[in-house]
Design a protein around this ligand. Sequence first.
Ligand code: PMP
Length: 380
Amino acid sequence: MLSERAQQIPPFLVMEILEKAKSLERDGADIIHLEIGEPDFPTPVKIRQAAIEALEQGKTHYTHSMGILPLREAIADHYRKKYNVVVSPDQVIVTMGTSPALLLLLSTLVNPGDEVILSDPCYACYPNFIRYVNGQVVSVPVHAKEGFVLQPETIKEKVTSHTKAIMINSPSNPTGTVLSAAILKAISETGPYIISDEIYHGLTYGAEEHSILEFTDRAFVLNGFSKYYAMTGWRLGYIIAPTDFVRPMQKLQQNLFICASSISQWAGVVALTEHHSELDDMVEIYDTRRKFLLKSLRELGFKVEVEPQGAFYILADARQFTAHSFQFSLDILEKAHVAVTAGVDFGRNAEGFLRFSYANNLQNIEKAMMRLEKYLRENV
Ligand code: PMP
């Protein structure tokens, strides 16, 4: 008999679409993947070389549970240089990706019944993590006409004596929204702890990105190497936490995970401390794709009210075509062989929307738009 905890976890719909796409591919179909949030680029060469060196030098053992000191120092330094904030390496815990970081953090912070405020839509896994630790999800709808920006005034209305934290994600998955300094400051003044998922930092197109630590110390930063550094498979991330929370999270890390991969950690040091021209090229290429996709989707009749300025997603309003985004995305996959993610995966407020990822090359995106045009002409 399954535990209640396991029973209440819903599937991550993007993975369901991906698995369905894979099964069509096994039957010979040529699928274009615009559903996954995973860079299509290889990891920059110096980072790969650092991992090879680490292997050859025998850095193949467990590390300190909080991570190797050179990496924790490099992370603290990165935040000082980029955002002008003071972070001690002792406040940094290195994890096997941002996802385990989220588990360590929420397990340490949330008591059963505590409320965590989230935007709707938000990254699909956030509510599931919160429920997993028996917390209550409190959703704040964000709207396309406001560029999906979380409104501090609306957050204030939702804060109660049970509110433990407010979770934010800028640049955002799935909306691509980048929160301004003024909005971050106002959110940090609403009272509860802020959990700021900064995993898409580095991937902005014209917008200025800020860390929550510029505005408050009562905050936890989650970050990782998966997106900007194109290192999804390396499983490397980190938490920056107020000092009081570090030791409890360290104890959890020791018990649940022991430490992050030694090889990935040594590669992470090089990721942060050296310049990688590939990263500048990637951002430029993402931006070209973003502009092309935006224009094409609008021409096809999708509505995108405010131009997304970060990450590698466009959340397009498809309500003129459908009220059921999951069925719609399945139908597009089966008939047009284009995989996209249903908005409903990210919250009730994004039902009727589709998320398009531009972590795929321009040629494929162009081909996908032609297929979509034909699909809409013949089926809608
Ligand atoms: N946060 C957000 C907003 C994400 O989009 C993702 C990956 N899709 C993650 C966290 C998890 O990233 P990872 O575990 O690879 O660091």
